[in-house]
Design a protein around this ligand. Sequence first.
Ligand SMILES: [Zn+2]
Length: 153
Amino acid sequence: MDQWTHMQCDDNETQSLVKLAKKIKDKRYCRECMKMLPLDQIKPNSFFCHKHYKMVSSWNRAEADGVRPKCIADMHTFGQTTIQLSTKQIRDLMTPNQIQNYKKWCIVPVDPTHPLTVDNAVVVSSIHRMFLISHWRLGHSLIQYQHALTLKK
Ligand SMILES: [Zn+2]
């Protein structure tokens, strides 16, 4: 009788371990959803669900293709040597609509005498950016630049 009870207990434990392992095996974590999701909702070989994989990969393309190269070009124009903005910070600065139309938008410093950081960054249209750069090239004047920044383009 004792032995029987013991066996039952072991068996239950094994069963719950098997259940737990199965539960983990069938799920993966999405870094954007920030939760475990069923395996079929996860893009294979990635850290994202299908929806977020699409979003993140299109964003990565947008950043590499458009947003960051412009920031780097401006960094040289402003005589800076560094940009202190991560991919995620750039993404957080922009609205989903701006990300989708990333060619029409850029991120410029509020104060170009300091490196681009999350506290020294503003999203402007590409036309506004050209206007700002041309103002800056006229005399490297912070006052003129920041005045040009307040003018909606
Ligand atoms: Zn997700």
